[in-house]
Design a protein around this ligand. Structure first.
Ligand SMILES: *Cc1c(COP(=O)(O)O)cnc(C)c1O
Length: 490
């Protein structure tokens, strides 16, 4: 197996570890394996009596074939250990009827990004060794909140890697700011930018393309790398939890092997739902993929019309991690549907006009697998309230968007709903949805929610206001470059 760009028609490629080290292909495309490995009935059944780390290592070993199974198992055991994921990494919980919540938020930052960002830094660290890289990788992240914290937790104290995170001074919530400012680890640095998220992102992009900077860093024995969600090292670990959920549904007697399930995913960049689709291509019995969006419903329109059009108003919603108008990982689905040549052409149109329209045959293939629905703010809150009142299950705002899509789809099969964040991560909005009145403030919302619902605040969010602040630097956006140079020397 080798990895090649979604835009390249060449019949050769690079190893898995190189793809992880490099992140994005030079032609702008995303890396994909040249074949999709299979999971047989016997293999799936043999995973039913394994723990999460073993299931994940087994699935990863199918894709990362220049890593040994022992290496992957060691990394998975460390990534998904009890200390990081108390009570298990990706448990399923019945909500009601045929709907099961796949809880992906038991990790250190209480959102599903931990499932990939706890393991990917370990894969990158090994990739440096495997490819004879002697320099230190410096990960640069511009964040609007969630990704920054998850990346910091994943990369802290990993050999051969440093990480610097930039967030907009006034553009993140108080909880998010505290989460990052109190970050532990000897190889981390966090900066607040006097500007908005775009300023932070533009600053990071400029640094990546600055040749002079590259030279200076090289002299310090450092090269730049990214923790972006288009890296295959973030996508591959997400395939495993769908396999794991299927095993758990067999174990608890809900289904017998071979029975088809539906999967519903609250979607932004199309990474999480695409991972589920790969699981199906490997042989996992899945019928339909329900793609759930908030008011930024560019994917809903795409799945009903065959036209992807990002030229539209951007809405800031209470499910902010899905406030995205360019779903980067959709490119991987196009590649599997119609090949590299047409994908390159669709992406060229996207860059030029911000839109493209699929041919009828390409659209029909995607339509056969995916259904899209979207939910507005009001219905998101209503879903949180109804599901809590009627079934005693507490959902966050993103999961609620998924639940609402399922109500519109009217499923008839056993369904796995990807639950992407702890309700406590968005405590203010969840509290308001259930109580019908606003919380006193952001920090007290955690206690108020706990009190009202008789559920516990997850440990990573407990006493967040009382931890020592390590990073209080507020810098001008023009000083980002200097901060990187300084950090690279430390
Ligand atoms: C990132 C994120 C999503 C969207 O996931 P994609 O892989 O980008 O589709 C959904 N919910 C939460 C809570 C997230 O953090």
């Amino acid at each position: 197996m080798f990895y090649k760009s979604t835009r390249s028609t060449e019949n050769q490629g690079i190893t898995a570890s190189m793809a992880i080290k490099q992140g994005l292909s030079n032609d702008g495309g995303l890396f994909m394996p040249n074949e999709i490995p299979t999971l047989t009935k016997d293999e799936i059944l043999s995973l039913t009596d394994k723990g999460y780390a073993e299931r994940a290592a087994y699935v990863l070993s199918k894709f990362l074939n220049d890593y040994t199974y022992e290496e992957l198992l060691e990394d998975c055991q460390n990534a998904y250990c009890e200390a990081s994921f108390p009570g298990g990494a990706a448990p399923i919980r019945k909500i009601n009827g045929d709907i099961y919540s796949l809880e992906l938020w038991h990790g250190p930052t209480c959102a599903f990004k931990d499932m990939a960002l706890q393991i990917m830094p370990r894969l990158l660290s090994r990739a440096l060794v495997k490819n004879g890289e002697k320099r230190t990788a410096l990960i640069l992240v511009a964040t609007s909140g969630d990704t920054g914290k998850a990346a910091l937790e994943g990369y802290k104290d990993i050999d051969g890697i440093k990480i610097a995170v930039y967030y907009p001074q006034n553009g993140v919530s108080r909880v998010q700011k505290l989460q990052m400012a109190t970050q532990t680890g000897s190889n981390v640095s966090v900066y607040a930018i006097k500007g908005n998220f775009d300023d932070a992102q533009t600053g990071v992009k400029k640094i990546f393309s600055d040749a002079d900077m590259k030279k200076q860093l090289d002299e310090n024995g450092v090269f730049l790398s990214s923790a972006n969600s288009i890296n295959w090292g973030r996508l591959a670990p997400q395939i495993a939890y769908y396999v794991s959920a299927y095993c758990d549904l067999i174990n608890n007697g809900t289904i017998a092997y071979g029975e088809k399930i539906d999967v519903c995913v609250p979607t932004g960049n199309f990474g999480n739902i695409f991972a589920a689709y790969i699981a199906k291509l490997m042989g996992l019995p899945i019928e339909k993929f329900i793609c759930a969006s908030n008011k930024n419903n560019v994917l809903t329109d795409f799945l009903s019309s065959g036209t992807y059009d990002r030229n539209r108003t951007f809405h800031a919603t209470i499910s902010p991690s899905m406030d995205i108008l360019i779903s980067s990982n959709l490119e991987r689905l196009l590649y599997l549907t119609c090949g590299a040549e047409k994908t390159a052409e669709y992406m060229r149109q996207m860059n030029e006009n911000g839109k493209y329209t699929l041919s009828d045959t390409d659209f029909a293939k995607i339509k056969a697998e995916f259904e899209g629905f979207y939910t507005d703010e009001n219905d998101t809150k209503k879903a949180i309230q109804t599901v809590f009142d009627e079934y005693g299950y507490l959902m966050d705002t993103h999961t609620a968007v998924g639940y609402n899509a399922l109500m519109q789809y009217k499923t008839k099969r056993t369904t796995v709903l990807a639950s992407t964040a702890s309700p406590y991560k968005f405590a203010c909005d969840v509290f308001e949805a259930i109580a019908g009145k606003p919380a006193k403030d952001e920090l007290s919302a955690l206690e108020e929610l706990s009190e009202m619902t008789k559920t516990e605040i997850p440990t990573p969010l407990c006493n967040i206001g009382e931890r020592a602040v390590r990073f209080s630097a507020e810098i001008e956006k023009d000083d980002m470059k200097a901060s990187v140079i300084e950090f690279s020397r430390s």
